[in-house]
Design a binder for this molecule. Sequence first.
Ligand code: LLP
Length: 388
Amino acid sequence: MFNTDTITHFETLETPFYYYDMGVLRATLQTCHAASSKYGFHVHYAMKANFNPKVLDAVQAVGFGADCVSGNEVKAAVEHGFGNKNIVFAGVGKSNKEINYALDADIFCFNVESVQELEIINDLAKAKNKTAGVAIRINPNVDAHTHHFITTGLDENKFGINTWQLDEVVTTLRNCANLQFLGIHFHIGSQITDMEVYRSLCIRINEIQEWFEDHNFTVKVLNAGGGLGVDYYNPDGAIADFEGYFKVFKDFLNIKPGQEVHFELGRALVAQSSALISRVLYVKNGQRKNFLVLDAGMTELIRPMLYQAYHVIENLSQNSATHNSQLTTHNYDIVGPICESTDCFRKDVEFPQSYRGDLIAIRTAGAYGEVMASGYNLRDRVGSVYSE
Ligand code: LLP
């Protein structure tokens, strides 16, 4: 991701910023596109993972649709030319304003997360004399075996409709003349690396689609959501196993003739294409602890603090002639500048001896990085730099 020229260029720039390797991004998108097209599967990019305009341009160029979770995301998808009929809109708390915007845009489908939401979308569509396409987001009670903060498919989670409520769902659908039932939608969690989990999901999807068919509802779309994980320990390694992922669904999903199979991948498409580049501001040597204080913190990348997430951290200056320190390591806590004790990227790490001004790269930051940045402590907005 970084050659000597890139690092020399970084030396001239103000930090922190997100660096995007557009080549890595395009290669990842194309690999996913080839693997999904092989089976005729449709991918809607989960825009929440990264809505940087240049990332959206690259995603749109490869021909994916957009999976949105707010009115503003729907708007961004429309403006980026994703094609309104390639936009799906999920979210447990869609406001009337957001629903109305999506109705006006004639998007493909609302992924609906409660019975009450079905009624509200029907009322708002009726007022506009429109019909809204809907898919029911169902909670399949499949454990994603991932961090509990990013698990969404269990009965106890706020997302989706539980299977014991499905009778009420079909009654409501029958009473709602301004809704068109398109299919069923699932998303059980994120950063899932165990393909067995997806096999279990397929089995639940098969059971649930039979249930709908038995109740005389044609399931045109099976939407399996997203969640495919990446290797945070190996940022320069292989692209996520899209082949293996889609093959599980091809092998275990009971796909009926004419049915469409949809996915909503986010992280796996963008994570490895970006790194957060920061500088060492201070080196604090103490009796029990040494701290490397960076100029980036939880306001730029909150994943380590929120999900105990691991990101590879590299000192890009360590080979520079000025301090030739690659052989010496020190034990550090690598922390940010924010006035919170949790503002720590890594504790107790053996890391190359570092100096004020060294460039530090925090890898695999392309998903849920820049988009989760905040202005806490009245911080400047984090910048973006592109390889092209
Ligand atoms: N579809 C729905 C309905 C979702 O809620 C999500 C992610 C996705 C698709 C895309 O999932 P992916 O393929 O990216 O795993 N901020 C957390 C992750 C939150 C995921 C939220 N939903 C993190 O940094 O790990």
